[in-house]
Design a binder for this molecule. Structure first.
Ligand code: BMA
Length: 387
C-alpha cells in the first residue's frame, strides 16, 4: 500500500463517519446505485478510472463489430467507464452519431456485466426550432412547464425513462451516471449561458431530475453536473464561477468538469506550462468543491483531438494528477469518441501514442476494465487495492 492509499483510506474512513455524504440525491436509489456512489468515493481517493465515449460502438476504421474496442486493441482491456449519448431525439432509431439505441442498450449491459460503469450525456435537439443542440435559439423557457414545447419535452423524457427502464438484466436495473445539460457555462448549446438565464437553466436541470425520479420512478441514476473549463475563470473566485447554474446539492451527485482547453490544444492563449498549471488547478477546484459538499469529482470529458502528442496520456493527464494526488481526487477521466483518423481521442492500433497509452494503463493510479471487480457491490469495486 503506498502513501497515497494510506492517506486516502483514512479520509475514506472519516468520510464514512458522515454517512449522508455518500448517499445519492435520490433517496430511493437502488442498493446497487448507492453502492456505486460509495465506490466512486473510494475509487477517487485511490486512483482514477479511464473512460471512453462510444467505445464498443465504433472506432477508427470499424463500426458495430462485436467485441471490438480501440481501447482494448491498444491497451489490452476495455475502459472502466463507457460514455454514451442519447441525443438527438429519442423517437429515432439511432443517436446523433449513428449508434442504434437498441445496440447501445446491449453494450451498456455488456459494460455493466464486465464490472465497468456507464455514463450518459444528452445532446437533445432544440425543440423550438427542430434543429440540433448547437442551435442557440432560446428554447429553455419553451420546454419548461407552461412553455409551448413543454409537452414535446415531456415526451422526450418519457422516452428516456422508457429507455432507462430497459437498461436492466433479468434481476436488476443497471446503475447509470446521467450527465444532462453539460457545458452550460459555454454559449454553444441552446441550454448554454446567453441562450437562457441562469434561473431557467437551474429550472431545467431540476425539472429533469424531479421528473425522472418522482414522476417516472427511475431510481438507478446518479446525476452529474459538468461545466466547461474554457468558460471558467480560475484566477478570481473560481468556486463561485464553477457554481454558475448549479441546481443545488439535492440535484447533483458528481461534481464534473469538461476540459479540452488545458490539455495540449495548439493555438489557444496559453503556453503548454500555463495549460498544465490550469489543468491542475481545475482538478484541484472540483476536488475541493466535491470534498466540501461530500460529492464525487470527475473529469467528465477531455481529450486532444487526434492525440497529436504521442506521450499525451502520461505527460498531460497522468503525471500532473500523480504529482498532485493529495489535492486531486477524481473518480474518472473520460476521453471523447473515436470517429475517424482525425476526430479521435483514444489511440487505435498502430497509432504513435499506443506505447505511451500502455504505460498509462500499467500505472497503479489508472483503472481499466481489467482492474475492476464489481463497482455495484460495497467495498468490492476494484480487483485489489494494490495493482
Ligand atoms: C462532438 C463531436 C461531434 C459529435 C458530438 C456528439 O464533440 O464529436 O462529432 O456529434 O460531439 O457526440
Amino acid at each position: 500500500m503506498n502513501y497515497k492509499k494510506r492517506i486516502s483510506n483514512l479520509s475514506f474512513l472519516l468520510l464514512g463517519l458522515s454517512l449522508s455524504a455518500q448517499t445519492p440525491i435520490d433517496q430511493k436509489a437502488t442498493k446497487k446505485t448507492q453502492n456505486l456512489l460509495t465506490n466512486l468515493h473510494e475509487i477517487s481517493s485511490q486512483g482514477f478510472m479511464f473512460g471512453h465515449q462510444d467505445d464498443q460502438a465504433y472506432g477508427v476504421g470499424w463500426k458495430a463489430e462485436e467485441g471490438r474496442s480501440d481501447v482494448k486493441e491498444t491497451a489490452g482491456s476495455f475502459p472502466a467507464v463507457h460514455g454514451w449519448d442519447v441525443g438527438s431525439r429519442l423517437d429515432r432509431e439511432s443517436n446523433l452519431d449513428d449508434i442504434r439505441f437498441s445496440n447501445m442498450k446491449t453494450w451498456i449491459k455488456k459494460a455493466y456485466k464486465m464490472g465497468t460503469i456507464n455514463t450518459l450525456s444528452w445532446h437533445l435537439d432544440n425543440l423550438t426550432t427542430g434543429t440540433n443542440s448547437w442551435d442557440k435559439t432560446p428554447s429553455v423557457a419553451d420546454i419548461l412547464p407552461g412553455g409551448s414545447k413543454h409537452a414535446e419535452f415531456v415526451e422526450q423524457l418519457d422516452l428516456l425513462a422508457e429507455m432507462l427502464e430497459g437498461m436492466r438484466t433479468t434481476f436488476t436495473r443497471i446503475p447509470i451516471v446521467f450527465r444532462p445539460w453539460h457545458e452550460h457555462n459555454g454559449d454553444w448549446f441552446w441550454w448554454g449561458k446567453g441562450n437562457c438565464t441562469e434561473a431557467e437553466y437551474i429550472a431545467l436541470f431540476q425539472f429533469t431530475v424531479d421528473y425522472l425520479k418522482n414522476e417516472k420512478n427511475i431510481h438507478h441514476l446518479l446525476y452529474a453536473f459538468s461545466p466547461d473549463r474554457s468558460r471558467l475563470r480560475l484566477d478570481t473566485i473560481p468556486e463561485q464561477n464553477y457554481l454558475y447554474g448549479y441546481p443545488g446539492d439535492e440535484y447533483v451527485d458528481i461534481i464534473g468538469i469538461d476540459n479540452y482547453g488545458d490539455v495540449g490544444r495548439i493555438g489557444g492563449p496559453n503556453t503548454p506550462e500555463q495549460q498544465q498549471e490550469n489543468f491542475i488547478q481545475s482538478l484541484k477546484l472540483i476536488t475541493k468543491i466535491a470534498r466540501e459538499k461530500g460529492k464525487v469529482a470527475a473529469l467528465t470529458e477531455t481529450g486532444l483531438e487526434g492525440v497529436t502528442k504521442p506521450d499525451w496520456f502520461t505527460e498531460i493527464i497522468l503525471n500532473p494528477i500523480k504529482a498532485n494526488d493529495q489535492e486531486i481526487d477524481i473518480a474518472w477521466v473520460l476521453v471523447w469518441r473515436n470517429a475517424n483518423t482525425t476526430h479521435h481521442y483514444a489511440p487505435y492500433a498502430g497509432h504513435p501514442s499506443v506505447p505511451d497509452f500502455q504505460k498509462f494503463d500499467e500505472d497503479p493510479l489508472t483503472y481499466f476494465e481489467k482492474d475492476m471487480n464489481n463497482p455495484y457491490k460495497q467495498g468490492k469495486a476494484l480487483k485489489s487495492s494494490d495493482k
